[in-house]
Design a protein around this ligand. Structure first.
Ligand code: C2E
Ligand code: CA
Ligand code: CA
Ligand code: CA
Length: 278
């Protein structure tokens, strides 16, 4: 019986080892990729649709594999957030962004740099220290930084989130509410968080030239932003007609494939310099 039990225990142990091993190997690989600096910033221009000038960019993370393959956040972000790797990755990405586009931002003090944070960043003051450490000696000033928080996922501790945002705002950093109209927060977030900018989700922009309801919704977002003294950015703009509609509605800032896709630093710098020289 003892031998049977020992064998059973052995089998269970092997089973556990096998089921556990692949995941841990995947995680080791992920950690190695972080250490190798494979998670890098791409930059998507944010444009002024009236003047056709660059207002800045949104920093979007990419995984550049050693074989040159570029992986989008949809493939790794949920994993990185669930495992807490996102904290290191964001720190690294901000550091690289500061190095790569610092000179450009030094030359264009009106350019803004938007960084995406996830809900977990607002459960820990560490992010304030991270932003200070990255940008206090950078050519990018705090006034040029925008932190984007999505309303797709709930903020678990609203009180702490509000405090962290207020600390960032005291430095001069602005807070943008991302994906507005798609998620949890809605009006409550706008009221409680002291948001500076709202970003209209692509979902509304997609149908803005064909669907009256979308136009009405965007129209009321613009009015809301105006009344609350907030800025507004349209995202996912792909067609000329959408630009026309946005202009009619009084939205002046937009990003989307119509202008440019997210791109590596070198290309973004060339893009910005080309546009600003025109
Ligand atoms: P998001 O913050 O809403 O970013 C906008 C997404 O829309 C980006 O996808 C961008 O490439 C895409 N996009 C921009 N213009 C257009 C357009 O005209 N047409 C279409 N079809 N798409 C457009 P991306 O880069 O794949 O990022 C997806 C999401 O991953 C982001 O959505 C954001 O939630 C998350 N993410 C990206 N980088 C980071 C990061 O550094 N940290 C965190 N926490 N999340 C990030
Ligand atoms: Ca965003
Ligand atoms: Ca500085
Ligand atoms: Ca968005």
């Amino acid at each position: 019986a003892a031998a049977c039990a020992a064998i059973a225990v052995l089998f269970v142990a092997i089973g556990i080892w096998y089921s556990w091993r692949p995941e841990s190997e995947a995680n080791d690989e992920f950690v190695a990729a972080i250490r190798n600096g494979e998670f890098i910033p791409y930059y998507q221009p944010v444009m002024d649709i009236e003047t056709k000038r660059v207002r800045g960019c949104e920093v979007l993370m990419r995984w550049r594999r050693p074989n040159g393959m570029i992986v989008s956040p949809g493939q790794f972000m949920a994993y990185a957030e669930a495992n807490g790797h996102i904290f290191d990755m964001t720190r690294h990405m901000m550091r690289v962004a500061s190095d790569e586009v610092g000179a450009l931002y030094g030359e264009h003090p009106d350019f803004k740099l938007s960084i995406n944070l996830f809900a977990g960043h607002f459960l820990d003051r560490e992010i304030v220290a991270d932003i200070k450490n990255t940008f206090e000696n950078s050519e990018i000033s705090y006034q040029q930084i925008v932190v984007e928080v999505t309303e797709r996922y709930p903020l678990e501790d609203m009180e702490l989130a509000r405090k962290i945002m207020a600390e960032l705002q005291a430095l001069g950093v602005r807070i943008a509410l991302d994906d507005v109209g798609t998620g949890h927060g809605g009006m409550a977030y706008l009221q409680k968080l002291g948001v500076d900018i709202i970003k209209i989700d692509k979902m509304f922009i997609d149908s803005i030239s064909s669907d009256d309801n979308s136009t009405t919704i965007v129209d009321s977002m613009v009015e809301l932003a105006d009344n609350l003294g907030m800025g507004i950015i349209a995202e996912g703009v792909e067609e000329e007609e959408q630009i026309d509609r946005l202009m009619e509605l009084g939205v002046t800032a937009a990003q989307g494939y119509y202008f440019a896709r997210p791109m590596p630093a070198k290309e973004f710098i060339e893009f910005a310099e080309r546009v600003e020289d025109e």
